[in-house]
Write a protein that binds this ligand. Sequence first.
Ligand code: ZN
Length: 212
Amino acid sequence: MDARIDRVTSAANTWIVGDDEEVIVIDPGDDAAAVLAKIGDREVLAVICTHGHAGHAAAAIEVADRDAALIALHPADKSAWHEVHPETDPDISMEEGGAFEVAGVTLEVVHAPGHSRGSVCLYCEALEALFTGDVVTSTGPVARADGYPDFGKQLDAIGAQVLTLPPDTRILPGHGDEFTVAVAEKRFDSWVAAGQDGWRLKHHDDDEIDDE
Ligand SMILES: [Zn+2]
C-alpha cells in the first residue's frame, strides 16, 4: 500500500489522499492553485467536501475541473453549498455508509451532523485516519460566527462517530493540527463543560468567523 496523506492549508486544511498516480481531495479550501500544485501531475479522482461552508468548499469546482473529477457532498448541505456555488450542483450525494476507493485504500462516509446538517467525516481504516472537517478539531467542536448551529447534535456525533474508533486513530481536522481519538476522548468532558458559549473564549483563526 503506497497511499499517503498530504496537507495544504488555506482557509481550511485540505487533505490529499493518494499515491504517485491518483488522489482524492478532502476539503479543497479556498486556494485551488496551492492544492493543484501539491497534487502535481497525479490524477484527481474526486473532490470530497466534508460540508458546504465556503472556507472548505470554495475551490471545489476549480480543483475538480482540471481532471474532470466528481465533487461529493452530503445532500443535507446543498443549501450551504449553493451559497458558495449558486450555479452548480455537486455530482455525488454522499450518504452514511458510502465509500470511495483511491490508491488501494477506502474512505468511508460517516454522517456526523451538528456543525451543519450535512457534515460528514471520512474514515480510512487502512491509514488509521479520520478526516473530521468542522465536526471536531483539537480545540473542540467548531462553531460558526454566531455560535453552534446544534451543539448537542455535534457532541452526539463526536461521541458516536469519533470516540468509538481505535484510540490511536489520527484525527485530521478542517482547522489546526492533527490529534488522536485518545486525545479527543480526554478532552471531550471539558468541551461538554465549556458548553454552547465555550467557542467565544477561543482564539483560533478559522474560516468560521467570516464564512457566513
Ligand atoms: Zn464550517
